[in-house]
Design a protein. Structure first.
Lengths: 238, 238
């Protein structure tokens, strides 16, 4: 079957590093789903405002170059235990389709047609979207599940320090990320799971801004935020 | 993106009519996911037994001939109200991918490799499967959702009468459907939503058997069960 993108995701994630790993209810991170022209008719969305959540089916385009392998090493398991690819949500799989449930925050009427604004998505900016389906509790929400290795792993969060004083001021060219957006991204501990070096400085890019931090125990300390100098990054927020 | 089937679904549904419309917990309907040879290595499933539920991403192959339209008329709404295609789970959509959460009942080691046996799936026999992902509660199970027009519609069930005395006896050629399977399929009211004619006889095919029934108010009365005579149907159960 040949899939054709019906829409593209637009958000502040130009880089995989830092992308949310799990849905945060009431997330401050927004992604805009902009339809391709052939699918931009308002009637195709008729009734969608009646749903609180949607499924996005999308392409792991950033990983397209990689060959799939029967086993993968999930970062959550420290990157050193092999698990079957179908027992993971790894992007490197035979048909690299991603599946994400997101809250539908609002619909904006724009020059690019009706845009779905969704919360807390784990998609890179520019990701092709192949399908949008309503989330329907009676088929999709299962109360008691056994969650494989995910049940074994803890997701500790970090306290974020020094963020407020480093936030960038708005300019005519750049609308800076809000405190709540950065805080949400940092709190989840964006470090690779197998790199816990206390002396290391980490860089995370969001919304055309580069934030530098280090981690002491469970405290994430922000060192600075700078505007990315590369044009293709700072031009991305539309 | 080009999708390649990784597996095919095998079950008793040779016909769309009667296919379950919603997941039944503890379903007696089983579907076997048989992997294509290129994906038949046991290590690709390593750890999958730790999950109670899986996502199947599959192709609406029986509808491939139809062109998508921006609006559809869901059977649930009586077939006379138009809703945007992205506000429905209609099979006739730009990229006809189906999404179903199913319980993983067991893994069978067979001559066709390791087969995943799942419960209560809404897939036709022979449906191509493009991806299998673990169901992970923290990203997939959302407690409080608004479910669009689905919230407006009642799903009344029927009481099933006269089933037991019509069940077929086993033969060397045919392993008949069990009482629990038929009961589950009939109880959900398999009639098209916009056909509620009390004089009408309905036929439902499952497991190479054809069951005839009519409905009086909320009672579904079984008239007979016969073995389908067409070879391609009775040969399907493998």
């Amino acid at each position: 079957m040949q899939l054709i993108p019906i829409a593209y995701a637009r958000n502040g994630f130009s880089d995989k590093f830092g992308i949310p790993r799990q849905r945060v209810d009431g997330s401050h991170i927004e992604t805009r789903i902009v339809f391709c022209e052939a699918y931009r008719m308002p009637e195709a969305l008729r009734g969608i405002e009646g749903y609180s959540h949607l499924w996005l089916l999308w392409g792991f385009s950033a990983n397209r170059r990689k060959e799939w392998s029967p086993t993968v090493r999930p970062p959550r398991l420290g990157g050193n235990r092999r698990v079957g690819v179908f027992a993971t949500r790894s992007p490197i799989r035979p048909n690299p389709i991603g599946l994400t449930a997101v809250p539908l925050l609002r619909i904006e009427h724009t020059h690019d047609g009706d845009v779905l604004v969704v919360g807390g998505a784990d998609l890179l900016d520019g990701t092709p979207v192949y399908d949008i389906k309503p989330y329907i509790a009676y088929t999709d929400a299962i109360a008691d599940t056994k969650n494989g290795f995910v049940d074994e792993v803890d997701f500790p969060t970090l306290t974020v320090e020094g963020l407020k004083q480093h936030l960038l001021p708005p300019t005519t060219h750049h609308n800076p990320a809000k405190y709540e957006e950065w805080e949400e991204l940092l709190r989840q501990d964006p470090r690779p799971q197998y790199q816990h070096n206390p002396d290391r400085k980490y860089h995370i890019v969001y919304n055309g801004e580069e934030l530098t931090f280090h981690v002491e125990h469970n405290r994430l300390i922000v060192e600075k935020i700078t505007l990315q100098e590369l044009c293709f990054s700072s031009c991305k927020k539309n």
